[in-house]
Design a protein around this ligand. Sequence first.
Ligand SMILES: O=C(O)C[C@H]1C=CC(=O)O1
Ligand SMILES: [Mn+2]
Length: 372
Amino acid sequence: MSTVIEHIETLLVDLPTIRPHKLSMTTMACQTMVIVRMRHSDGIEGIGEGTTIGGLAYGPESPESIKRNIDIYLAPLLVGQSSSNIHQLRSRLNRHARGNMIAKSALETALLDAQGKRLGLSVAELLGGARQEHLPVLWTLASGDTAKDIDEAQLRLEQRRHCDFKLKIGANSLDQDVGHVAAIKQALGDRASVRVDVNQAWDESTAVRGIQALQDAGIELIEQPIPAREHAGLIRLANRFNVPMLADEAVQDARDGLDLVSGGFSGAFALKIAKSGGIHGVLELAHVAQAAGVGLYGGTLLEGTIGTAASLHAWATLPEMTWGTEMFGPLLLKDDIVIKSLNYTEFGVTLPQGPGLGITLDEEKLAYYSRQ
Ligand SMILES: O=C(O)C[C@H]1C=CC(=O)O1
Ligand SMILES: [Mn+2]
């Protein structure tokens, strides 16, 4: 008899951050992850993670909606189904439930983790094999204080932890933001690549002024300067400036990617398993980008170790990414819920080894940080 999905459990896990993390739409002191535990009839458990930023501040799914929608709508679509045909299970979820991409991503991760454990293969091997085992990782400077950000960057450089930095701007006035970014770039000089993420905070005319000033200050990449839906505006900005644009909230999946490139967008796409409903969806977007000559960037919604590992297995199957990755989520958290944390060395992270994700839950820590 074939293996079936027997039970799906979801847990809300709250982990404090090492310092306040200030974005244009929220300031985080804690990260909430939805952890999925999926038990199969052969005794194997697959784990997955669905995580967003700042409750409902970042996007239309909150941790609580992810958990409830899995429990009430998505899990019943999977329980009793055969475990191993992941494409069929994805179609079933998409046929019966719209949206909920983060929830779907968490479930697909758990399916892939279980299938890998069953076959004795890593998730990257299930996807055809890893082309890279060590991926570059940037760090986001977002303490809200210029001097603190400079100290943090110097330390990360000395530790050989990170040499690329992304600054979160858009919460303050344009002049304040430009002053902040230029001061950090000047302090770090050629030792570091400095990029910004505006998280949709500007309108197009503010963006024109802001990007010109940031380009003059030596900033290397401008992420999502204007609202997600303004594709035409993002294309205009990409064509107007030498500094490249990185589409993040504007590009959820392959369809968005196709719209942008067919409209004349150039630059790069931030890939996130959470935006695209999981690993297969995000690889579809990556393939559109590759075909169109758009650069790749491995993005995060600040997931913990499970979601970060799942993303790394996906990125590992791609050729070297033009803009590296930002898979630093676990480093922003004070503690972890896994036995062995990811290994960050030499300005990057190593792909975890072993069957499935290569990650084992720490039951005590999980119980301690889980919401009652
Ligand atoms: O890119 C985003 O919009 C979300 C996230 C990634 C890094 C970070 O600090 O926030
Ligand atoms: Mn972003």
